[in-house]
Design a binder for this molecule. Structure first.
Ligand SMILES: CC(C)(COP(=O)(O)OP(=O)(O)OC[C@H]1O[C@@H](n2cnc3c(N)ncnc32)[C@H](O)[C@@H]1OP(=O)(O)O)[C@@H](O)C(=O)NCCC(=O)NCCS
Length: 167
C-alpha cells in the first residue's frame, strides 16, 4: 500500500480547492465548468479568499500532484452554506479526484481534519445528497443526520445536513 500524504491547506491551495469544489458540488452535472464557479455565489463562498480567519483544511496526495482536499469554513446566517447550522460550526467540503477515489484518501483526509478541528470547533456540519455513497464515510466517522434538514436540491433529489460533535 502506498503511504497517504497529508498536509495542511494554505492560501496557495485555492486553485486546487476550486477544482475540488467542482467535484464536491457535482457542478458538472449542470453543464458547468470550474471557471463558472466563482460566478455562482452559493458555491464560490466555499473557496473564495481561501485562508481567511477560521479556515482549516487538509490536502492529500503527492506533493507535486495533490489528489484531494477536505476543508472547513465558517458561515453566517446571512451568508449561509448549504449545511449551515450556526455561526460557530464550520461546514465541511471534501473531494478526491475521480482517478484517485476509493483508495482511502478521503477517509484519511477527513480523519486528519477532524483531529485538527478538535479543540478549535465544537462541531462540524455538512450537506450531502441522500444517495451519495459518501454518506457511509460520514456515518463511519460519527456524523449523524440533522432532524428536519432534508431539502430538494439543485438536482431535484434530496440533500440533508449532517453534524459531528467534536469531543
Ligand atoms: C466522497 C469522497 C471524498 C471520498 O473519498 P475517497 O478517497 O473516494 O474515499 P475512501 O476511499 O476513503 O472511501 C470512503 C468512502 O468514500 C465513498 N466512496 C468511495 N469511492 C467512491 C466513489 N468512486 N464515488 C463516490 N464515493 C465514493 C464511499 O462512501 C466509501 O465508503 P464505503 O467504502 O463504505 O463505500 C470521494 O469519493 C469523492 O470525491 N466523491 C465525489 C465528490 C463528493 O461527492 N464529495 C462529497 C460531497 S458531500
Amino acid at each position: 500500500m502506498r503511504p497517504t500524504l497529508l498536509r495542511p491547506a494554505v492560501a496557495a491551495d485555492e486553485p486546487l480547492l476550486w477544482d475540488m469544489l467542482f467535484e464536491a458540488s457535482h457542478a458538472g452535472e449542470q453543464g458547468l465548468t470550474v471557471a463558472d464557479l466563482p460566478t455562482i455565489s452559493a458555491l464560490s463562498r466555499y473557496v473564495e479568499n481561501w485562508g481567511a480567519t477560521g479556515d482549516l483544511g487538509v490536502i492529500g496526495g503527492p506533493a507535486a500532484a495533490p489528489e484531494g482536499a477536505a476543508w472547513l469554513r465558517l458561515f453566517t446566517g446571512t451568508d449561509a452554506g448549504y449545511g449551515y447550522l450556526d455561526d460557530t460550526i464550520p461546514e465541511l467540503a471534501i473531494a478526491v479526484a475521480a482517478t484517485a477515489r476509493g483508495t482511502g484518501l478521503g477517509t484519511a483526509m477527513l480523519e486528519r481534519l477532524i483531529d485538527d478541528a478538535t479543540g478549535q470547533y465544537a462541531a462540524i456540519s455538512l450537506s450531502v445528497r441522500e444517495e451519495n455513497p459518501a454518506r457511509r464515510l460520514y456515518q463511519r466517522l460519527g456524523f449523524v443526520d440533522v432532524d428536519g434538514s432534508r431539502i430538494v436540491n439543485r438536482a431535484g433529489t434530496t440533500s440533508l445536513t449532517m453534524v459531528l460533535r467534536l469531543g
